[in-house]
Design a protein around this ligand. Structure first.
Ligand SMILES: [Zn+2]
Length: 323
């Protein structure tokens, strides 16, 4: 059997899977992402996860024909490393990935993608419907997209195509994004920023609300829970849905996808509250064909599956290009 490896390097967890030539996962291993002391500790944890997954599959790492890695960014794709990740401690400046994994498996067939690109590769390979034009949108601690146009996974200069979380959706710039610029989609709608946005709206207009706005624990989940019962929570959710619809409409006009698969914790935990309003509003916003808006079927596995699918298809996710 030909064995293939996929790795999802996330801010909290690392997952490695071993799959066969059909893309079926035969073994997996999950561990916590080290918080330091340096980037090489993360590299070692990735290598160890692959070794453990190989053990579970009863193969040696050198039996792995090809590997794919889906990771948080930012990354230097030419060097095969993650550089200065924002979501890990500052002591972690550089995480070498492609080279060490090549050494481990004894093959140069190792591909590295940002996690949203891995997502669209996974959707393309595993979905019943895998058109040449599709988008994977993640609404999680950040907002980002992986995009396939005419059957090509878009990468762009330094791999930054699809950084849709930084589309300007609010020209008034009410909120400032983590990147430092005003009015970006992610500043309103990511899991981290939803409570910040609600707090800011409440400061502007301090109406009565049952939301625990002044507490440390106040989170995005509270907005979704209270919406429908609490007037202010409903207003915040309506605003979030408004920004999400603008963001998706911009994606539709830029890339013309047949389908937009949506994943990430915010969408996965609240699928109807997030997706239905986008579907309802696109009609009034889009001049071209309106794509299907679907929740990813693969939940949290979409990135690791995409990494495996990348290994199987030379980084394309195209099921007909299986190697
Ligand atoms: Zn931004």
């Amino acid at each position: 059997m030909g064995a293939y490896a996929g790795v999802d390097l996330g801010a909290t967890h690392i997952r490695a899977v071993i799959g066969d030539e059909t893309g079926s996962i035969v073994a997996s291993h999950k561990t916590e992402t080290p918080r330091g002391p340096a980037g090489i500790a993360v590299t070692e944890a990735v290598l160890d996860s692959i070794r453990q997954a190989c053990d579970a599959a009863d193969i040696a790492p050198t039996d792995v024909v090809a590997a794919g890695i889906g990771s948080f960014g930012p990354m230097d794709l030419a060097e095969g490393v993650v550089e200065n990740p924002a979501n890990l401690p500052d002591t972690i400046d550089r995480i070498p990935l492609t080279g060490p994994v090549e050494n481990l498996i004894g093959s140069e067939r190792v591909s590295l993608h940002n996690d949203a690109n891995a997502g669209v590769i996974g959707e393309r390979f595993y979905s019943d419907r895998s058109p040449d034009d599709m988008v994977y949108l993640t609404i999680s601690s950040g907002v980002g997209a992986g995009v396939a146009v005419d059957g090509n996974i878009l990468s762009g200069w330094d791999g930054n195509a699809g950084e849709v979380g930084h589309l300007t959706i609010d020209p008034n710039g009410f909120m400032t994004c983590g990147c430092g610029h005003d009015g970006h989609w992610e500043a309103y709608c990511s899991g981290e920023n939803i409570p910040r946005y609600a707090t800011q709206l409440h400061r502007e207009d301090p109406v009565e609300t049952a939301l625990p706005i002044e507490t440390e624990e106040f989170s995005a989940a509270d907005i979704f829970e209270y919406a429908g019962e609490d007037e202010f929570a409903s207003h915040v959710l309506d605003q979030i849905c408004h920004w999400n619809a603008i963001g998706v409409a911009n994606i539709v006009h830029a890339y013309a996808p047949l389908v937009v698969y949506v994943g990430g914790a915010v969408a996965l935990n609240n699928p109807d509250q997030v997706l239905d309003p986008i579907r309802e509003r696109l009609d009034d916003m889009v001049m071209s064909n309106i794509p299907d808006i679907q929740l990813t079927q693969f939940g949290d596995d979409v990135v690791v599956r995409g990494a495996l699918a990348s290994a199987l298809t030379g980084g394309t996710g195209d099921p007909s290009q299986r190697v």
